[in-house]
Design a protein around this ligand. Structure first.
Ligand code: NIG
Ligand code: FE
Length: 403
């Protein structure tokens, strides 16, 4: 489903005008009120996989083909900037135990590591493809995913190769946890992650990530890993302040990481640091994780009030957040995190694009990739107003209908 954009065929229509759009979310204030830049009674023209025109339907130019969406809302495809889809096995029992009162400790990561080590390349690829199809059906058109359940040189590189064959945004997370065979020698594992494992993984990844948390990697280890990655040309993102108010967020800002992810437990100094980065470091909030671990949600309102750029993503993984649904995350962000429906939608589209340093997605304005979602609703507010309802009617990626 996420194959590279196809070129327009010679026989087929080259341009399409999408008309009858009740509300078009452009994410560009130049086109309409507010950060969502909503155009009412709109049309949009797609050519060669790109948006070439947006505006009022009454002013729409001619195209080879017309597609009328009957007054429904159209939004940019969701940008899910944080997931862990390169794994095998199942953690239903751990979820069951948690819902009977056990806390989430991230110790379950090792369960998935054991299962992933047993899986074939073909199984890993097939599971990734199945999850990506599931995401597409729910309106997601850009996905980031990470390694982190192999934790050997060969298996981390294998996961990233599998990911690269299906996706553009691929992240090396050899520093997810210290695997059991290095339990007594964590510094040796850090040396592996910054040495031979990095050599094997860097060619297949755009990003490097570290789980900076008590029980995973401390600030010094995380700094060593991230700076080694940067020397190899990787861009930085950090799992920060998920379980405790640790040093992750400040380290992410200090090193100029593009995103600090989770941001659940923040001190005032953390919020100030993110604000002072002036959008250079995005705070990526992952409410599926708090939902699935029965934990208090991050305070999005506090971050927005400080001027921090906020993204929303699923964190889809078999342990802490096994949802692939961006609409669900939008609804949670609104109900549980103090975001307005408009803010949550912006964060799930333009915010995700910012967290991935992408300017071609997360917006529907001329020049953008034609990734659009037609909602079975007159307004995008329905994403939060009608939680759990399958509102995604059509999904186009690079101008091609996929759903
Ligand atoms: O983002 N925090 C670390 N990693 C994942 C959890 C992975 C797991 O539990 O398997 C996360 O929540
Ligand atoms: Fe994660």
């Amino acid at each position: 489903p996420l194959s590279p954009p196809r070129q327009g065929t010679r026989q087929g229509p080259r341009s399409v005008v999408v008309t009858g759009i009740g509300a078009l979310v452009t994410n560009d204030p130049a086109f309409g009120p507010g950060p969502l830049g909503v155009v009412r009674d709109a049309a949009l023209v797609v050519e060669e996989g790109r948006v070439v025109w947006v505006g009022p339907a009454s002013a729409a130019p001619d195209a080879d083909r017309r597609h009328d969406v009957g007054g429904r809302a159209v939004i940019p495809g969701f940008v899910d900037s944080h997931s862990h889809l390169l794994y095998a096995g199942d953690r239903t029992e751990e979820f069951n135990a948690r819902m009977s009162g056990r806390p989430y400790t991230a110790g379950g990561i090792r369960t998935t590591v054991a299962a992933t080590r047993e899986a074939s390349d073909a199984e890993l690829a097939a599971r990734l493809a199945a999850h990506l199809r599931e995401m597409t059906r729910q309106g997601t058109t850009t996905v980031e995913t990470k390694s982190g359940y192999g934790l050997t040189v060969e298996l981390e590189a294998r996961a990233l190769r599998v990911a690269r064959a299906q996706l553009q945004e691929v992240t090396y997370l050899g520093a997810h946890v210290v695997p059991p065979e290095y339990a007594d020698a964590p510094e040796e594992y850090v040396a592996l992650v910054t040495g031979p494992m990095l050599d094997a993984c860097a060619p297949h990844a755009r990003w490097i990530d570290v789980f900076c948390e008590r029980g995973a990697f401390d600030a010094d280890q995380a700094r060593a890993i991230l700076t080694a990655g940067r020397r190899r040309g990787l861009e930085l993102r950090v799992h920060a302040n998920q379980l405790t108010a640790g040093p992750g967020v400040r380290l992410a800002v200090e090193l100029g990481a593009r995103s600090a992810d989770h941001c659940t437990h923040l001190t005032d100094a953390d919020v100030d640091a993110l604000a002072e980065s002036e959008g250079r470091t995005v705070a990526t909030l992952l409410p599926g994780c708090e939902f699935s671990t029965r934990s208090p949600y991050p305070d999005a309102r506090r971050l927005l009030a400080a001027g921090v750029v906020v993204a929303l993503a699923t964190d889809c993984n078999p342990g802490s957040s096994y949802t692939s649904s961006m609409p669900f995350c939008v609804a949670l962000a609104v109900r549980e995190m103090g975001m307005t429906p408009d803010e949550a939608l912006w964060s799930a589209t333009a915010g995700g694009a910012a967290a991935l340093a992408r300017t071609d997605v997360g917006r529907l304005t001329p020049g953008a990739r034609a990734d659009l979602v037609v909602l079975d609703a007159p307004s995008p507010v329905h994403l939060a107003y009608r939680p759990g309802v399958p509102l995604v009617a059509e999904v186009w990626r690079a101008g091609e209908p996929e759903v």
